[in-house]
Design a protein around this ligand. Structure first.
Ligand SMILES: C[S@@+](CC[C@H](N)C(=O)[O-])C[C@H]1O[C@@H](n2cnc3c(N)ncnc32)[C@H](O)[C@@H]1O
Length: 240
């Protein structure tokens, strides 16, 4: 079973939204397991202090390495990657999500305040992961985003397994546009090709749209796609 341990000062935030919808059903069905570690339980003083002022001065507070270290040590070292959610971490990608989902699970450390004492990151070999170039007030929502992305890929969680093979990022392209009934809505029709019944033409149209959107919206992904395409010795279709 895919197992995650979340280390946080806000244990009540979990499972939160992960208790609903697909992830919640999968959790209830035992497709994945979640345990939440309350960092405050590892504080030793009367006030359950988890943070202190930054060495060298400056604003905010820093999570104490002794307390956080004990909280991390309470989770079995069983080969699961230990990740610290952090805006200065490596950007989370669909490729990394797939690798995590294919593994045994993850231990997620949620930062708060100005962040975590650097020594605990080094001593517990935490890998820093960012969910985007913006700053959240804590790692919990970032952990939920990472978990949601992983859990939907676990076997049996998504209704139609095929849908993940075609979606955005699956082959380095953004996904093609979707339509459903009614055929005509506010004067806008579904493109004829999609109702033609010609599966070859539909696949061709979708591929061309995926390439067009990627080129327009994400030149970075398009450049990477072209590099991969040119590097591949054999391939079926040519990018437009
Ligand atoms: C207010 S932030 C700290 C920001 C830090 N002072 C900095 O400038 O990098 C508090 C915590 O939120 C989490 N966090 C904030 N933004 C994040 C992001 N983009 N991805 C992942 N975690 C994030 C981290 O756990 C971080 O320790």
């Amino acid at each position: 079973m895919w197992r995650t341990s979340v280390i946080t000062i806000f244990p009540d935030m979990f499972p939160g939204p992960l208790g609903s919808s697909l992830a919640g059903k999968a959790l209830a069905a035992g497709a994945w397991a979640l345990d939440v570690v309350d960092i405050r339980k590892f504080a030793t003083d009367r006030h359950r202090t988890v943070d202190d002022t930054p060495a060298g001065g400056g604003p905010g507070m820093v999570m104490k390495p002794d307390v956080l270290g004990r909280a991390i040590d309470a989770v079995a070292k069983d080969g699961r990657p230990r990740l610290l959610l952090s805006p200065r971490g490596a950007p989370l990608t669909q490729g990394r999500v797939e690798a995590l989902a294919a593994g045994p699970g993850a231990v997620l450390v949620c930062g708060r305040f100005e962040g975590v004492d650097e020594r605990v990151i080094a001593a517990r070999e935490l890998e820093e992961i960012s969910i985007g170039d913006y700053v959240l007030s804590g790692g919990e929502i970032a952990a939920m985003a990472l978990l949601d992305a992983c859990v939907r890929l676990l076997p049996g969680v998504m209704g139609a397994a095929a849908s993940s093979a075609e979606e955005t990022f699956a082959d380095g392209l953004l996904e093609y546009p979707h339509y459903t009934r009614p055929q005509l809505w506010e004067g806008r029709a579904i493109p004829d090709v999609l109702t033609s019944g010609d599966h070859g033409k539909i696949a061709g149209w979708r591929r061309a749209e995926a390439e067009r959107l990627t080129k327009e919206r994400r030149p970075d992904l398009w450049a990477a796609f072209l590099r991969r395409f040119r590097g591949a010795s054999k391939t079926g279709s040519k990018p437009g």
